[in-house]
Design a protein around this ligand. Sequence first.
Ligand SMILES: Cc1ncc(C[n+]2csc(CCOP(=O)(O)OP(=O)(O)O)c2C)c(N)n1
Length: 490
Amino acid sequence: MKTIEQKGMYQKFPRSGKDTRVTHYCAGCGHGIVNKLIAECCAEMGLQDRTIFVDPVGCGVFTYYYWDAAHISAAHGRASAAATGACRARPDAVTIAYQGDGDLGAIGFNNAFQAASRGEKFGCIFINNSLYGMTGGQMAPTTLEGEKTTTTPFGRDPALTGHPLHVCEVFGQLQAPVYIARVSVADTRRIMQCKAAIKRMFEIQRDHKGYALLEILAPCPTNFGMSPLKAAEFCKNEMEAEFPLGVFRDAEKGIGRETADERREESSRVSSPASASLAVKPVPQFASCAELFGAPDGVDAPPAEDDPSVPERRFKFAGYGGQGILSLGICVAEAARLEKRHALWFPSYGPEQRGGSASCSVVVSGTPIGSPTVEHPDVLVCMNEPSYERFVGDVRKGGVVIVDATVPVTKQPPEGVRLYQVPAIKMAEDFGVPKAANTMMLAALRAFKATGLADENLETALCASFKKKPQLIEKNRDLLHRAEAALRQS
Ligand SMILES: Cc1ncc(C[n+]2csc(CCOP(=O)(O)OP(=O)(O)O)c2C)c(N)n1
């Protein structure tokens, strides 16, 4: 395959053993744009051989596959701490930390803030996409007021979870940083401004002038549940209203303050547009949690009622992203809600938002549930080999494992656990709807009486999951019945 040469990037990105030039970012993701700009700036300034990138945990986790320079991978939230070590050990190098807003704004805030306060000589690129991207769109400190995320399904309520954190403005209170700016990549003009700001950050590090923070507002179409264009619009209209763009400080160019008094005055000046916008800001409308996951928001379930006679039942659903494994878990949780049970659904993702491994835990109980995580499931449904290998040994005695027939059963489940091999993928293909393999698995759950829930509630939850695609409701109901009949016969 002929590849286009990209300045500063490796020629191949051999992730997962693949010989590919495709990054793992979703279409329209701000990280992808910023990754390209950083590579270009580093190469154009002739700094590749002197640059140490400190990579985060988050959607930016794989930058070491992309940027052709030295890399250190830091634990989640620790990039600024690792960068401190790197720039002190190698004062001749150009050290750049790359962090998300969950990473820098939440778990790693003190690391980043103290490094900035000490004036460590590295540049910190801070990607603000208003949520935790890699883990599936949870609230971050930067989440906007009213913004719906998977952990704020009714919109962020400041009374409960505080106001959005303005990192540039907070860091603007510190004396040591020599450069603090906020840019965006929501359109071409902003991308060009962003590139200029990244170059400025590299320049400051090349000349060892001191600590620099560059916040970049970045769209996350997948977790916003929007098209790339809509996500960029959201970034421009909603995020910029909360997080105004601009250079807050460039000490060398006389932007920002020289004295402590001027500094205090200036910081109140730069922060005032943000506070003003807080007062008048309308609550933005977002895609709902259900829309994000294709969840059955049509289920009109009654509130849970306590019934201590109903024991806790724990489920794990696992496979590749795209196999509908998360929706299958939601169906079971929603069916439980229809029975007035307490139910929790908890997704878990690999680093890729699309195509990587995905699993979810569901806990159903007659009494309030302490933890949504499931280490030892009663029921395990696996659609691929890696998840079978990983989870089968954990199933509780008396439990059930349902695995797709394409998965080689090289490992036996623990004693006292029933194993069903179900040709879910093949049946869905034979029925002419390959995407419905998860519906086949739901049929298996019903056929083997594995959920402890009423068949009609599982069916109602399945149909409700297609509320946004009504043309698929009857099709899936039919597939469910046909698959179940076939499984009962076999
Ligand atoms: C110490 C630790 N805590 C939590 C996690 C789980 N985790 C991985 S990435 C992530 C959030 C990433 O969000 P963000 O930093 O905003 O980056 P994004 O994915 O949005 O780019 C979390 C909580 C972890 N890997 N390590």
